[in-house]
Design a binder for this molecule. Structure first.
Ligand code: URP
Ligand code: ZN
Ligand code: ZN
Length: 475
């Protein structure tokens, strides 16, 4: 008779394709049986009747302990970041090993491994951030790193310390094509932002809310179109990250209709926040300063529709954690500063899944299977982790989140586990919450609380990216 470490009994198992009533047998950290009734003995059985058994989330865009310039510091390292992720039903994170201009990419990766070692509660892979595509980087370091399992990298069209010019973008895209890697693009027009910021400052408009005016949709739309055009010239797939609203979506839809392999990601902030949230009392709006900025209610609706339609492949948190009341965070040097100096980014690693589940699945906007696709299966495919991660199947890692689809939770920072002193979603009530999270069969969070599993998480080398979208390019 087969033996298991754990059997999950009587749950409703959902994958990106199917929903079924079945038991899940786990041995050696992997799923080894799926059956209406598993016969066999187990060291432990958990009755999950009435609960959903979903693949643990894959958060394919989050920033943890990323080195920052100018005395700034991210609030979450691999310990607190993965602790919060696990409590929110996520079992794999892919943060960024970021190259500083002039730095060796290998050195950036080594440094990032040192930051992660022994700290993570759940498994992790690395994207790279390529900010300096020198000859050495393009000819030697990137090809070598891709072969070692760093098969995706982000490039920026804005931010002075990170941005590439169009020639450099083309060089990176050509390399991605040669080596079978996937390029993620932050698409905003840098010069337009600089010019608009200058105009706003001259008029004395330096409060946080003006951040949104310095980066209107045209700024994102133009860069998205340019990124698409460069990908077309090189004939390579790209993934546009953190798409915020209707105008960038229109470009992506246009590209898909032309048969171009343009993939896209969006994030909770574009469903739940608006630019009005940047205009909170006093300096509070700094809490919601991120780029691209949240838009308005009409754009939120367009993002929801694009999620339902299958235009997006990936739903990530873009967790970029800065403490509000902190000289190394949203108040650089301890002061309320003009918006151009506010570090961009908001926390959301723990709330990503409940927000999409509540508004999407319970809100009747997306199916449960689409939820799984967006939050686990398709990110795992896009970044070369499937089928080890992102699904419930025989042989897959037993990375599982058990959900109570009816549990109502009022989000407040007091119940979250990141190291940030606020959440942008304070006071929002959601329905549906993960009640048990397993990483390779080991319980890492239970009833919204972490289990002490620091160091359980392992580094994952990524395979060849296989970007997918429910709405495929029209050839
Ligand atoms: O404002 C944001 N999104 N900050 C995080 C860094 C990035 O560009 O993703
Ligand atoms: Zn970005
Ligand atoms: Zn980001």
């Amino acid at each position: 008779m087969a033996t298991y470490d754990l059997i999950l009994r009587n749950g409703t198992v959902a994958t990106a394709a199917d929903t079924m009533q079945c038991d899940v047998g786990i041995a050696g950290g992997r799923i080894t049986a799926l059956a209406a009734r598993i016969d066999g003995t187990a060291a432990q059985e958990i009755d999950v009747s009435g609960k959903l058994v979903l693949p643990g989330g894959v958060d394919a865009h989050c920033h943890l302990d990323q080195p920052m310039p100018n005395g700034l510091c991210m609030a979450d390292d691999f310990e607190s970041g993965t602790r919060a992720a696990a409590c929110g039903g996520t079992t794999t994170v892919i943060p960024f090993a970021a190259q500083q201009k002039g730095q060796s990419l290998m050195a950036a990766v080594d440094d990032y491994h040192a930051r992660a070692a022994g700290k993570a509660m759940i498994d992790y892979a690395f994207h790279l951030i390529v900010s300096d595509p020198s000859e050495t980087v393009l000819r030697e370091e990137l090809p070598q790193l891709i072969r070692q399992g760093y098969t995706s990298f982000k490039i920026y069209m804005t931010y002075d310390d990170l941005k590439l010019n169009d020639c450099e973008v083309l060089e990176v895209l050509a390399l991605a094509r040669r080596e079978g890697a996937l390029t993620m693009i932050h698409a905003e027009n840098s010069d337009c932002i600089a010019w608009l910021t200058e105009q706003l400052e001259r008029a004395g408009h330096t409060a946080p809310r003006h951040h949104a005016q310095s980066r209107p949709q045209a700024v994102e739309r133009e860069a998205t179109h340019r990124a698409i055009s460069m990908a077309e010239l090189v004939d390579v797939p790209v993934l546009i990250v953190h798409v915020s609203g209707a105008e960038a979506i229109e470009q992506i839809r246009w590209a898909r209709a032309r048969g171009l392999r343009i993939y896209a990601e969006t994030c909770p902030q574009y469903l739940y926040l608006t630019e009005d949230d940047l205009g909170g009392p006093g300096y509070e709006g700094a809490k919601c300063v991120c780029s691209p900025p949240p838009r308005d209610a009409a754009n939120q609706q367009v993002v929801w529709n694009a999620l339902a339609e299958g235009l997006f492949s990936v739903f990530s948190s873009d967790h970029a954690p800065f403490r509000y009341d902190d000289p190394a965070g949203k108040k650089p040097g301890g002061k309320a500063v003009p918006f151009r100096y506010i570090p961009n980014g908001i926390p959301g690693i723990e709330t990503r899944l409940p927000l999409l589940f509540s508004g999407g699945v319970n809100g009747g906007r997306i199916s449960l299977n689409r939820f799984v696709a967006l939050t686990a299966t398709d990110p795992a495919r896009c970044y070369g982790l499937y089928p080890r991660k992102g699904t419930i199947a025989i042989g897959a890692d037993a990375d599982i989140a058990i959900w109570d689809a009816g549990r109502e939770v009022r989000i407040s920072n007091a119940i979250l586990h990141h190291n940030v002193d606020y959440t942008p979603y304070e006071g929002l009530t959601v329905r549906g919450w993960p009640v048990l999270t397993l990483s390779r069969g080991v319980v890492v969070a239970r009833d919204g609380q972490p289990e002490p599993r620091v160091g359980h998480g392992q580094f994952l080398a990524c395979g060849t990216p296989e970007p997918v979208a429910a709405v495929a390019p029209a050839y």
